[in-house]
Design a protein around this ligand. Sequence first.
Ligand SMILES: Nc1ncnc2c1ncn2[C@@H]1O[C@H](COP(=O)(O)OP(=O)(O)OP(=O)(O)O)[C@@H](O)[C@H]1O
Ligand SMILES: [Mg+2]
Length: 135
Amino acid sequence: MKLIKEKKIRIKNENDFLNARGIVKELAEEIGLSILSQTKITTASSEILRNMLIHGNGGIIIIRIIGKETKKGLEVICEDKGKGIPDKELAFQKGFSTNKSLGLGLPGAKNLVDEFQLDSELNKGTVVKLMVWKR
Ligand SMILES: Nc1ncnc2c1ncn2[C@@H]1O[C@H](COP(=O)(O)OP(=O)(O)OP(=O)(O)O)[C@@H](O)[C@H]1O
Ligand SMILES: [Mg+2]
């Protein structure tokens, strides 16, 4: 695996959110993803960023273009130092929300990407990693 490009952005408000979403879209385009795939990774990243702002008190996003053999991928890592997720299985159920929201963000985001990893520790924080590959 080779790191081709990396951007890091601190997320603490709506403006940072919009900026980060724009960069995900830009880099998705740069590696030649189809319009559909660009939309999928941008939408998934938006949900995770939104969660980071609402549930995690903000955090940091790292967006990377990765090279592996002959393919390229886009990796999006969102890290916060918020309250963490006590029950991950429950959090992934459609309709589960501690915020009286739709509870579709996590299950939706997971469905949209090639690889999805969530690590969370109570009162420590949450790290979500998304990955899409250009085939
Ligand atoms: N970064 C995070 N830190 C702490 N808790 C989180 C985080 N992300 C998600 N959660 C918890 O997981 C639950 C489910 O997340 P999900 O995104 O599916 O739903 P939601 O954000 O409540 O609603 P929606 O995204 O549909 O508006 C949240 O209600 C929250 O309790
Ligand atoms: Mg959400």
